[in-house]
Design a protein around this ligand. Structure first.
Ligand code: MTE
Length: 326
């Protein structure tokens, strides 16, 4: 993907070009506009529409799936209420704010074909329902930490990406995996905003993609994953900031070169390729030392690798010259 010239929205400008006060005021206005009152007022209707969506989804009979008890969350914290998660989302294809849940219902999720190509023995296309039949589905409780310093805990359903990689059969030339979201301006008005490098792209190294934590999400809260959370196929890499969790995936490519992701292309000084959670490496415009629990509003300490160091720290031991934590 080549470099393009974008007019960047002010909030992604580096600190040197935006005063911290104006950034702070903008964020305060944003928080006021999207506060709890708004969330709760919106949630009743959306909860109902999620139920309707779950009923009409052809995969709804597959859920709930058995929870894999190996993946635990802090018992003092608990699972973030579904209603809250359904109404506080980042999905720029449907708007550059948190209240996209209604707009996202325009996304057509059947038929949904996923292309697998690049450095593989044979490229293929697979429909989501055929993929669901092939994959060993399970539920996992994962922490979810956004680069904006809010966090939640989510019961995802899905399968380990390594299971799909077995089917995809990459060659030894494959060094990275590149994921791409759908592109359709009629369904997703945000994609008319030409200053963004659509479609949304994310990437992982092959070692990261094969790690046991790397999970392809197809469900949440014991039902098919709702549209606003990235139906019908979304990535969860819980030791990384939330922007790596690409939603509504249409294409998975195995590549020799490191892919340039959506936010990295827009603001490379602020959003890198690796994006591993680290409380000691601040975002240029705010601290990453703590995070706001979305349910309680309480700020809690952020953990290195979001608490998943045991599973993933070894992936980075030979990469010390890379910018691993933004
Ligand atoms: N995927 C797509 N296609 N488009 C997006 O705008 N936003 C990302 C990520 N995946 C985004 C996306 C960001 S910034 C975050 S924090 C998470 O989705 C939010 O996931 P959630 O809404 O389920 O909390």
């Amino acid at each position: 993907m080549g470099k393009r010239n974008f007019i960047k929205p002010s909030w992604i400008l580096p600190e040197s070009q935006a005063t911290s006060e104006s950034v702070f005021l903008n964020r305060r206005e944003l928080v006021k506009g999207l506060g709890m009152g708004g969330l709760l007022a919106a949630s009743g209707m959306t909860f109902a529409s999620h139920r309707a969506h779950a009923a009409e989804d052809p995969s709804s009979g597959l859920y709930p799936v058995t929870r894999n008890e190996k993946y635990k969350i802090d018992p003092n914290r608990g699972i973030t209420p579904e209603k809250l998660n359904l109404t506080y989302n980042n999905f720029y294809e449907f708007g550059s704010h948190k209240q996209i849940h209604e707009a996202a219902q325009a996304l057509k999720i059947r038929p949904w074909e996923i292309a697998i190509d690049g450095e593989v023995e044979a490229p293929m296309t697979i429909g989501i329902d055929d993929l669901l039949k092939k994959m060993p589905l399970e539920e996992r409780l994962y922490r979810h930490r956004c680069v904006e310093a809010w966090s939640m805990t989510v019961p995802w359903s899905g399968f380990q990406l390594s299971e799909l990689i077995k089917v995809a059969k990459p060659t030894s030339d494959a060094k990275f995996v590149r994921f791409e979201t759908f592109e359709d301006k009629d369904q997703a008005p945000g994609q008319k905003q030409f200053w963004y490098p659509w479609p949304y792209v994310e990437g992982l190294s092959m070692a990261e993609a094969m790690n046991e934590m790397t999970f392809m999400v197809t469900g949440a809260y014991g039902k098919p994953v709702p549209k606003q959370m990235g139906a019908p196929l979304r990535l969860a890499v819980p030791w990384k900031y939330g922007f790596k969790h690409i939603k509504s995936i249409k294409k998975i490519s195995f590549t020799k070169e490191r892919p340039v992701s959506f936010w990295e292309e827009l603001g490379p000084a602020e959003y890198g390729f690796w994006a591993n959670v680290n409380p000691e490496v601040d975002h240029p415009r705010w601290t990453q030392a703590t995070e706001r629990d979305l349910e309680s509003g309480v700020r809690i300490p952020t953990l290195l690798f979001n608490g998943y160091g045991e599973q993933v720290a070894h992936l980075y031991k030979d990469l010390q010259n890379e910018s691993l934590y933004r």
